[in-house]
Design a protein around this ligand. Structure first.
Ligand SMILES: NC(=O)C1=CN([C@@H]2O[C@H](COP(=O)(O)OP(=O)(O)OC[C@H]3O[C@@H](n4cnc5c(N)ncnc54)[C@H](OP(=O)(O)O)[C@@H]3O)[C@@H](O)[C@H]2O)C=CC1
Ligand SMILES: O=C(O)C1=N[C@H](C(=O)O)C[C@H](O)C1
Length: 242
């Protein structure tokens, strides 16, 4: 049994995480939101779970390092500087950052990578996601994670091959591109499809999140798994043994 501290505890995910901590048999060390004292939370936690906002990341990394405890980062909308900061902190504490903590998406990323590596470059890859009307970042962290998996399977750099935000006279699709499209509306917890479009045939891999508990349970499992691990950047594949 571990004491888990939640950053962003009153948010949509935070409320699911509070339930999951208890459901997974752990103790809730406490929770904070904007303006909360993350150092004090870290001091009484065995691990921190962060589902808040990108602006909170550096303070959360600093608090985890000062307390010598692991950090699970589920917050999305992170940029290259955030990822560099996570990489730096992982020299000192155990960290896992992912755009999706569910078992289903972690497995789907493997399937996407496998399909991308087996299908030829003439199969166009498009990533489509739909989320609730309150989501503030696009493409979703999961869409980017799936795009990275496809790029890895193809042996290409995602940043150099992304097509995002098509509008107007956007021109024909670039050969080898990985496209992204984001839909927003209602209360959708998170739907993701990766479409492999060939000549006269298509393969679509889809994951539908029916509620936030799938993310919350995965995040709590991962945070507990990180406790006692040496400093490094870990993955959900390692946590789930995939
Ligand atoms: N990796 C995964 O599997 C998943 C990731 N997510 C990601 O988790 C994040 C949160 O999503 P969601 O719960 O829907 O968002 P919400 O807006 O509902 O919740 C965010 C919470 O974080 C708080 N917060 C904001 N800034 C800070 C800060 N500086 N320090 C501490 N707390 C802060 C907010 O407080 P206030 O309201 O006062 O601003 C709010 O309570 C998003 O980035 C989302 O994409 C979501 C689901 C699954
Ligand atoms: O903001 C959300 O709600 C979600 N965010 C994550 C993402 O950006 O991929 C994961 C999940 O799809 C829900």
């Amino acid at each position: 049994m571990a004491a888990i501290g939640i950053i962003g505890s009153e948010g949509r995910m935070g409320q699911a995480l509070v339930a999951a901590v208890k459901g997974e048999g752990h103790d809730l060390a406490g929770g904070i939101d904007r303006g909360g004292d993350v150092a004090a939370l870290a001091a009484k936690s065995d691990a921190l779970v962060d589902f808040s906002a990108p602006a909170a990341l550096q303070g959360n990394l600093d608090a985890a390092i000062a307390a010598g405890i692991p950090l699970l980062v589920g917050t999305t909308g992170l940029d290259a500087e955030h990822h560099a900061a996570i990489g730096e902190a992982a020299h000192t504490v155990a960290i896992l950052q992912t755009g999706n903590t569910s078992l289903g998406v972690t497995l789907m990323a493997h399937l996407v990578s496998e399909a991308a590596s087996r299908l030829g470059d003439d199969w166009d890859i498009e990533v489509v996601e739909m989320h609730h009307r309150m989501k503030v970042d696009a493409p979703s962290g999961t869409a980017l994670l799936l795009g990275e998996a496809a790029a890895k399977g193809r042996g290409i750099d995602l940043a150099a091959h992304s097509e995002r935000g098509r509008d107007g006279q956007s021109g024909a699709r670039a050969a080898g591109a990985i496209g992204f499209a984001s839909l927003r509306g209602g209360t959708v917890a998170g739907d993701h499809s990766v479409i492999f479009a060939g000549d006269e045939e298509r393969i679509t891999l889809t994951h539908n999140a029916e509620n936030r508990m799938i993310f919350a349970r995965g995040a709590v499992k991962a945070a507990a798994w990180l406790i006692g691990k040496p400093p490094a950047r870990y993955t959900m594949e390692q946590v789930l043994g995939l």
